[in-house]
Write a protein of this length. Structure first.
Length: 490
């Protein structure tokens, strides 16, 4: 098959778009700025959901669902929050259509809502209005709730998975009796995200804290994980927010403590979205197509038969059925591609494009020799192995592939973290190499904004493991005690 994928070196942005579409992950929809997630793309997202959802429940969280529509008045109760989302909100003003008598459907002007409804850009306001009715005393706390949902943020410039007007995500919203409990929750969920990114997606991340300018609207503190893509740009892969008592005060959510004191509840929120699909693609894939880590792949092994006669096919079928049963017991997902409408070469190219970690080819000669050919997607290498013990061999190879994909991404990331000590050096590295730039910053919003205006680079985070180090800001020359990570970002 002809893949028709632009090479990364030629046009990275076009390569990404080609890959998303050619690999059957998603396509643009008739609604401007929105996308259709196709079955194969959604299967990958479902794997992400299943793994994360299990982790959430292991940490004591339960799923719930809250309305898509939020009264406009709710956004007026937390000033910094509404300011952060005001330019991205979609607003519902009417509730009925009518026929104008000429065969056209128009909005019924008599069906105007008494209060406009905001299509959910995030759910803090509707959830905290709800929590007011759930919480009376310390016995009602903590509330540990997660929601899987869609949200709308009206984007003018869109890219599949990375930035669309509507996208899918999960958002956790928790309520606590103390500041310490809420901070511990914020840190715990960041660790959950980081572990998922590194051990499932095979994407190394930097755990960090956002600056005041980059902090979530309405939060006292935002923790994040930042990943580096193959073009040297950063991608925010997850955030966890300590909201303090801001939303509890805005919606008058109080509780009576064990000591009988009335106080406002402490809050967190945290989330990841289908942007992780973009991270997965851009961190690992190549000019041949997707590269999917085995722990995330909807199909971990594809088996392709090569035969000329029905008798040869029958013999291969019997072997594959036994192998398939063994692999399923071991928890391995298998696709037996015995379509008679496509030649083996076409199938090889198709599954390579879709990033299946292992391909097993078996023909009549293999049956005579009791062997199979195995091809690895990560290294694009092939080897002939014995049929005896093949299931165990496959399990071991999948573990190797998972580790190799992570190690490759980690080596790339680490080789693209550059320490600089002057603004000229900063601009040179940003232009010629990209990646994360570790440098001193004076801690002011003004400096952060000036650097962004001049270079388009932003402070991705203050690394949580950053050591105290006396230095001077690369832009102003003012004193600094820690290095931050700048980068251009998606």
């Amino acid at each position: 098959m002809s893949k028709g994928i632009t090479s990364r070196s030629e046009d990275y942005s076009q390569w990404y778009n080609d890959l998303v579409i050619k690999a059957d992950l998603a396509e643009y929809s008739a609604v401007r700025g929105c996308m259709v997630i196709k079955p194969y793309g959604y299967a990958i997202w479902e794997r992400m959901q299943a793994i994360l959802d299990k982790r959430f429940k292991e940490t004591g969280h339960s799923n719930a669902y809250f309305p898509l529509f939020i009264p406009k008045s709710f956004f007026s109760k937390e000033a910094s929050h509404v300011e952060g989302f005001a330019t991205e909100c979609a607003v519902v003003t009417h509730y009925r259509l009518k026929n104008d008598g000429n065969g056209n459907i128009i909005v019924d002007e008599d069906a105007k809502l008494e209060e406009e409804l905001i299509v959910r850009p995030t759910s803090e306001t509707i959830i905290w209005n709800t929590y007011r009715g759930w919480i009376e005393s310390y016995r009602d706390l903590p509330i540990l709730v997660n929601q899987w949902a869609n949200v709308v943020r009206w984007e003018m410039r869109t890219r599949l998975f990375l930035r669309t007007a509507e996208f899918l995500w999960q958002e956790g919203h928790t309520a606590h009796a103390t500041r310490e409990e809420a901070i511990a929750e914020t840190e715990q969920m960041l660790d959950v995200y980081a572990d998922f990114a590194e051990n499932t997606l095979a994407v190394p991340v930097v755990r960090g804290r956002k600056t005041e300018n980059e902090r979530f609207a309405g939060a006292l503190d935002t923790l994040c994980i930042e990943a580096l893509m193959q073009d040297g740009k950063a991608l925010q892969a997850g955030t966890s927010h300590f909201l303090g008592q801001n939303f509890a005060k805005a919606f008058d959510v109080k509780f009576t403590s064990k000591e009988g004191k009335l106080d406002h509840v402490w809050a967190t929120s945290w989330g990841v979205s289908t942007r992780l699909m973009g991270a997965l693609i851009m961190a690992h894939s190549d000019d041949q197509g997707l590269v999917i880590p085995p722990k995330l792949a909807p199909i971990q092994v594809v088996i392709v038969p090569i035969y000329k006669t029905d008798e040869e096919k029958d013999a291969i079928d019997r072997f594959v059925n036994e192998l398939n049963a063994e692999l399923k017991v071991l928890g391995i997902s298998v696709k037996y591609d015995d379509r008679d409408t496509q030649r083996p070469g076409y199938k090889f190219a198709e599954w390579e494009l879709k990033g299946v970690p292992l391909r097993v080819a078996i023909g009549s000669r293999d049956m005579q020799n009791a062997t199979v050919e195995i091809a690895r997607r990560d290294t694009q290498t092939k080897e002939t192995v014995a049929q005896a013990g093949l299931a165990s061999k496959i399990v071991g190879l999948l573990d190797e592939i998972q580790e190799n994909i992570y190690t490759k991404a980690l080596n790339f990331r680490d080789s693209h973290i550059t320490e600089v000590n002057s603004y000229e050096e900063f601009k040179q590295v940003l232009t010629e190499k990209g990646g994360f730039i570790s440098c001193h910053w004076d801690g002011t919003v003004e400096t952060e904004k000036r650097v962004k205006e001049e270079t388009k680079a932003t402070i991705r985070c203050i690394p949580l493991d950053a050591k105290d180090e006396d230095g001077i800001c690369i832009f102003t020359g003012n004193p600094s005690t820690k290095r931050v990570l700048f980068a251009k970002a998606y």
